[in-house]
Design a protein around this ligand. Sequence first.
Ligand SMILES: [Zn+2]
Ligand SMILES: [Zn+2]
Length: 140
Amino acid sequence: MSENVEILLQARDIKPTAMRMLILKNMLGFSRAFSLADLETVMETVDKSTIFRTIILFHEKQLIHSIDDGSGAIKYSVCSSNCSCSIGDSHAHFYCLHCNKTFCLEKVAVPDLNFPDNLVPVSINFVIKGFCEDCKMFAT
Ligand SMILES: [Zn+2]
Ligand SMILES: [Zn+2]
């Protein structure tokens, strides 16, 4: 991936420090959604609280979105540049029951839910569970 991390940070109104650029570069290195633990593993030398605080900041600034795939750990993925993390921008996610990886399905929009008027939705979590490309031989 050749995204310019400095531009991505500035576009979300985040001051591009060397550490933030490094963390974002590592986030973009994942081809799937990542958890805090995943980032800590690939960034062993970086202070864990720095990684944690950076995730919180990126999430607040809508540079990344969170996914609750039911695995117990919240996962994150870098948002596309035109994403505003509104419900209308939400896409489905796919959770693999074998390797426990979670992927963004950016082209699969969350279906129109015909939501009752008296409730105010803030976020939506649309997770499809199954077997990914690498694990589909385990599907029975
Ligand atoms: Zn899998
Ligand atoms: Zn996603």
